[in-house]
Write a protein that binds this ligand. Sequence first.
Ligand SMILES: O=C(O)CCC(=O)C(=O)O
Ligand SMILES: [Fe+2]
Length: 317
Amino acid sequence: MAIPKVDLCRLDPSSPGWASARATVTVSMVEHGCVVVACDALGAELRRALFERCMPELFEFPAETKQRNVSADSALRGYVGKLPGLDFESFNVAEITEPRSVRDFSSIFWPHGNPEFCDTVISFVSNLLELEHTVEKMTLEGLGVREETIAAHRQTLTHSLRLSHYGVPEESKMGVTLPRHTDPSFTTAIVQHEVEGLEVQAKDGSCWITIPPEADTITIIAGDLLTVVTNGRVPACVHRVKTASNRERFSVLFTVVAKNGAVLSAMDELVDPDHPLMYNPLKIDEYMLFRYSEEAFKLSDPLEEFCGVHKSGSSTE
Ligand SMILES: O=C(O)CCC(=O)C(=O)O
Ligand SMILES: [Fe+2]
């Protein structure tokens, strides 16, 4: 099984192909909780600058330097070092659409500046922001959400960047370098480069579907927060990283998350007698604390446990 690829190259709402692309994006998001798009968001030169120069240089710095990528909000939004049994490390930079955030991050490593790094990341972010807007608009419009609701939803969003490095997988782990999970985001755009890894679980849980690292494609997966606002129409994508070819791997992720203090609830258009409310309103600060707790790590569906109507309905009766 493969996830079909949707061509969004040179497409805007006035293009003749918009409506059919929108329908395909919506079906893929509803069926798989993800969509693979062919797009011109990343040219060959931007890709090379990012993956062949910026990423290797960044991960070569010593651990003491890397650990200076922290966040005022929460340690979870900074550098995640190698955990026992997991040769995975990652930087997370919050509020990435602010050029100041890119410069502050780069100055940890290059106190005298690194214009190539900053320009590469700023171009990447601006292109991915546009792509993410398009996919979000298509998905929500395709589900029948009104323009005003989409505009109000945008006010709750902020964006972050995740730069990840995976070492050669241990033999005992069968190539799995990041175990099965969903993301606590609205959406995550995942850019792979040359080395395979991303796999999404089929809706019925029967198999893992490999997303090949093709140069012109970007995968956008739905996280828990999109499930809440779409009242369960878009399932959070269950995914993992498995590099069967046992190679080192880099990936870059552009993540759409909720602003601190946001309270998310299902969009009005998506709740009706045929689609009763599935999730109670979710306070993002509380959810993030819960998601990174030891308790939540053990759960197969932390969102349902946290705010599922079915679950809390039965416990408060
Ligand atoms: O590297 C990838 O392809 C996906 C990483 C991922 O799922 C994550 O960091 O949450
Ligand atoms: Fe993920």
